[in-house]
Design a protein around this ligand. Structure first.
Ligand SMILES: [Zn+2]
Length: 362
């Protein structure tokens, strides 16, 4: 029985590797841009609504070893852009560019030594408002407050509302509710006031939290001297550009480029849209602001069509909830990106045709 099982296990593993290989050849394009955020162990159980954004240093280390053994070549965003600009298209090796959003302190402490050990180039997209401490990391703040509290106090003008958050399920509910309210609020003054009220009500020290979470300009300057490192921009205030007027959206793109150039002596050439949310207008604005490339969170691999779409590049998120090479390899096969793209296309077509299901039934 054991022999049969191990034979069957080996054959299904062989099949999976073979299928991954075939699909990679067919749909895997010329490579991909990988998206990371935090490099720290967030555990796999309990309350951690932002767990998807954290991968452990051990998994990062193993993933880089594994991908290189599978023949991937790691390149910087500059090299990727040069390939696409040349229209070189697909070479013999598939290329991967590693990117990290938001400029977390754990990138400096945990990730950089691993990138240096493997000699892997990386790009960190930073938000000047986060670094200066003028813009709070609101998702992390809410997570910490809810994790530490059994009851959340919400201010509603002069009134107060209380939400129970004593167990994991209640904490997730409380977090979702507060996060949805804050995400919908694009007015920075109002959002900051909501967060400040929440922090005050729960004795939460926003400044200390911010200091341990975000890299400083000194650390970023230090990294910018590393030949492996590229510093990119990720807007001034981390608001969804598509929700802003054209003037404000262009300001987010241009001002972050100007401030980073002031701090580092070189203007960034690469941009990441906050929340990955961007459409045709933002793609043009990124070009207008002087960026060579800009990345979204649209799932997909890089292909020849991106030669003409350098400010609309897809990325593959390495999700902290699924830290296995099986998941990474499936993503790199190009299948999930194709399926999601097909779903988006069907939705667009249905919307255009003003499709109403009852008409079909009749
Ligand atoms: Zn971000």
């Amino acid at each position: 029985m054991n022999g049969f099982l191990s034979k069957s296990g080996a054959s299904s593993l062989y099949c999976k590797i073979k299928l991954d290989y075939i699909f990679s050849k067919l749909l895997g394009g010329s490579g991909a841009v990988l998206m990371l955020h935090r490099i720290r162990d967030a555990g796999q159980s309990g309350f951690a609504p932002n767990r998807n954004l954290s991968i452990s240093p051990e998994f990062l280390d193993d993933m880089l070893t594994d991908l290189r053994q599978r023949g991937f070549e790691f390149v910087s965003m500059d090299e990727l852009a040069a390939d696409l600009t040349d229209g070189t298209g697909r070479g013999e090796t598939r290329k991967l560019a590693l990117t990290l959003d938001d400029g977390y302190q754990d990138n400096f402490v945990n990730a950089v030594p691993i990138f240096r050990k493997h000699g892997v180039p990386y790009t960190i997209y930073v938000v000047p408002g986060y670094i200066d401490g003028t813009i709070p990391h609101w998702t992390d703040e809410i997570e910490t407050i809810v994790a530490q509290s059994d009851r959340i106090e919400l201010s509603r003008g002069d009134k107060k509302e209380f939400v129970t958050s004593a167990n994991v399920a209640e904490k997730y509910q409380a977090y979702s509710r507060i996060a949805a309210e804050l995400l919908a609020e694009n007015n920075l003054v109002v959002r900051s006031r909501m967060l400040r009220n929440l922090a005050l009500a729960h004795g939460f020290n926003q400044e200390a939290h911010h200091r341990q979470l975000t890299m400083t300009w000194d650390q970023i300057r230090d990294l910018s001297r590393d030949p492996l490192c590229t510093i990119g921009a990720h807007s001034m205030t981390h608001r969804m550009l598509s929700k802003l007027g054209a003037r404000d959206a262009l300001w987010e793109l241009s001002e972050s480029r100007r401030v980073i150039a002031d701090q580092l002596g070189t203007a960034p050439r690469h941009f990441a849209y906050p929340y990955g949310e961007a459409h045709q207008r933002e793609f043009k604005l990124a070009k207008q602001a002087g960026y060579q490339t800009a990345v979204t969170t649209i799932n997909g691999v890089i292909g020849s069509k991106h030669c003409a779409r350098l400010t609309a590049l897809p990325r593959i998120m390495i999700d902290g909830r699924h830290q296995t090479m099986d998941v990474v390899n499936t993503q790199l096969s190009g299948i999930p990106g194709r399926v999601l793209s097909l779903i988006r296309k069907i939705r667009r077509d249905l919307k255009r045709a003003q499709f109403r299901p009852q008409e079909v039934v009749r």
